[in-house]
Ligand binder design. Structure first.
Ligand SMILES: Cc1ncc(COP(=O)(O)O)c(C=O)c1O
Length: 401
């Protein structure tokens, strides 16, 4: 007897959190690991770690034994998150009842969809999408419904396209703002229209603002939860991984409407009870004045990387839009005349540069590859030096075809 068939429901056996392309990505990753000296752009994990005041806060907490369960999240951290939301985002929440500390933004979206969805409920998200959101919808037995976005609109979602896809089963719309993999930064008018749609069609909006500090190009990050009338409709997810260089510390938060927050807190407790206490003391320091200058310096370094790298690729004869948000983006590789999977393979084999094929992130990202600028300038220069002859050869072959 096939034990997997006997014991696992079909949706678990067939579960592919990153879509069909996941298997191919695994194969390419395996190949990359067997090669020497690969420059890996296939990651969103920055090369920076948390600054000394953050590390010291964790070490001190461990030394002093402040490491027991922090049920409901450390009150000091919840208060600091609420303060940050008020000051940086214009979002007012009660720290005691509306801030839920989670194990990263990943768990935050899981908690949200485990709470909101009955099996078969639909959740709208963008295409290209962030795979973790789709995974959270699927594990809650929900159905992701994709709203196409395009390069010609700088990958910004059209709220009317969201509205067109709402059915009686639709519970929510989720997206990352700033976006992963596209780097899109949603404009005020788009957010306002999404909120109108949410009110008119009775759905919830979930914004994952994990990259909120990395917004460039004269734009600014706007939290939809700050708008008048957003209080009951908007869930904000955020965390310390990206904006505070704390990926492995596993801390995030949900800021939720008051009618919902208590239910999310129960679900969060049922899933994993509490978050690591030492990480919470560290996160408190990350939100403090002592860490500010370190994070500001990183902001400007990432700005240089973004402009430098996308500019270098453009100068290779492969024109690119520079993303306005995050340190992640999609390179348009259509002019190379190969599928994104083949481009990924050629970049790996000929340039020892590992990227992710856009097909990992939805149908609209076909013809692109995703890159995470998680390396210092010298490594990025080396990557462009290696890519240049490969791109040039492919462009010539495509032009001559
Ligand atoms: C948009 C987005 N949301 C959530 C996550 C998960 O982050 P965390 O480490 O906070 O769980 C990631 C990680 O890459 C991400 O890019």
């Amino acid at each position: 007897m096939d034990l997997a068939e006997r014991f696992l429901p079909a949706q678990v056996r067939g579960f592919q959190p990153r879509g069909a392309a996941g298997a191919l990505r695994v194969e390419l990753m395996r190949e990359a690991m067997s090669l020497d000296d690969v420059i890996n752009f296939n990651s969103g994990d920055l090369d920076f770690t948390a600054p000394p005041p953050v590390v010291e806060a964790a070490v001190e907490a461990i030394r002093e034994g402040r490491t027991r369960y922090a049920h409901g999240g450390l009150p000091e951290l919840r208060a600091a998150v609420a303060r940050k939301l008020a000051l940086d985002n214009g979002v007012t929440v009660d720290p005691d009842t509306q801030v839920i500390i989670t194990n990263g933004a990943a768990e935050a979206s899981t908690v949200v969809f485990q709470s909101l969805l009955a099996p078969g409920d639909e959740v709208l998200t963008t295409d290209p999408y962030y795979g973790g959101h789709v995974g959270a919808i699927l594990t809650a037995r929900g159905v992701p419904v994709f709203v196409p976005t395009g390069k010609e609109d700088a990958w910004e979602v059209d709220p009317n396209e969201v509205e067109r896809r709402i059915t009686v089963r639709t519970k929510a719309f989720i997206c990352a703002n700033p976006g992963n993999p596209t780097g899109v930064v949603l404009r005020e008018q788009t957010l306002k229209r999404l909120l109108e749609v949410a009110h008119e069609r009775n759905i919830i909006l979930v914004f994952d603002e994990l990259f909120e500090r990395y917004v460039y190009g004269g734009l600014r990050h706007i939290s939809a939860a700050s708008f008048e009338g957003a209080g009951n409709r908007v869930i904000t997810i955020n965390g310390f991984s990206k904006s505070y260089c704390m990926t492995g510390w596993r801390l995030g938060w949900i800021a939720a409407p008051s009618w919902l927050a208590g239910h999310l807190a129960k679900m969060r407790y049922a899933i994993s009870m509490v978050s690591p206490t030492a990480s919470q003391w560290a996160a408190l320091a990350a939100l403090s004045e002592a860490a500010r200058s370190y994070y500001e310096r990183i902001y400007w370094i990432l700005d240089e990387r973004r402009i430098g790298f996308f500019g270098a690729v453009t100068r290779m004869g492969l024109p690119q839009q520079v993303p306005n948000g995050t340190y992640i983006g999609l390179l348009d590789v259509k002019p190379l005349g190969l599928s994104a999977i083949d481009v990924t393979r050629v970049f790996l084999r000929e340039a020892r540069v590992l990227v992710s094929p856009g097909s990992d992130f939805g149908t609209q990202a076909a013809g692109t590859v995703r890159i995470g600028l998680v390396h210092p300038a010298a490594t990025l220069q080396e990557a462009t030096r290696r890519l240049e002859p490969v791109v040039s050869r492919l462009l010539q072959a495509a032009g001559g075809a």
